[in-house]
Design a protein around this ligand. Structure first.
Ligand SMILES: [Zn+2]
Length: 202
């Protein structure tokens, strides 16, 4: 078989694999706030926004295997509200070590940041761990692609507006060198584009 035919075959295989799990299934798989024991934010204090970008973050601290992600989320919510005085967890979604996706801040409300960029308009994704020190695992990478593709499809976000924290602020290394590599080398943008093409072909 000639290389071009092989690449078409590969594309069809990728498309059919993706067809097995539509983006609607990705959205349904997200663990809602109530399910991990979180509480809704005070809507009267929320800054409402319209999603135009997708921005990737890391936790920036080690996430030890065996840590209960739901307990982590409850602690993060309490810390965000009491210590930081924020509306809620600064991110809209959190991805754990197994690639499970959790709802955090309501997507309709703009996020918060310790740096100087304005997160208004950004859908914010946090992956647990410190990617200055460890590598992201495949389950985490797959979940980032799934979540970015679902968000890009739902909010009509351009592939070019899929970025990371450090692309918006030079005062941070977030999402960490080992995860940033996948942003810089267009891994996520490429995979999301394929995912969206597969969805359209359904
Ligand atoms: Zn960040």
């Amino acid at each position: 078989m000639r290389p071009i035919a092989l690449s078409i075959l590969a594309f069809l295989l990728i498309s059919s694999a993706h067809a097995a799990e539509p983006l609607a299934a990705v959205e349904r798989a997200i663990v809602p706030v109530a399910a991990w024991g979180g509480t809704p934010a005070d809507a009267s204090k929320a800054r409402r926004h319209t999603i135009t970008q997708i921005t990737l973050h890391h936790q920036g601290e080690p996430f030890k295997p065996g840590t209960d992600p739901q307990a982590y989320l409850r602690r993060l919510q309490t810390w965000s509200r009491t210590t930081k005085g924020w509306l809620d967890i600064p991110y809209h979604y959190v991805i754990d070590l197994d690639g499970r996706m959790y709802e955090a801040r309501n997507i309709d409300y703009a996020g918060d940041t310790n740096t100087e960029y304005d997160p208004g308009g950004h859908a914010l994704i946090e992956v647990v761990g410190n990617f200055e020190e460890v590598e992201p695992n495949q389950a985490q990478l797959d979940a980032v692609v799934d979540l970015m593709a679902m968000l890009a499809s739902k909010y009509k976000v351009s592939i070019d507006d899929i970025k990371s924290h450090r692309d918006h602020s030079d005062k941070t290394v977030c999402p960490g060198a080992n995860l940033y590599r996948y942003v810089k080398e267009d891994y996520f943008r490429h995979k999301v584009a394929l995912r969206l093409a597969g969805e359209q072909a359904r």
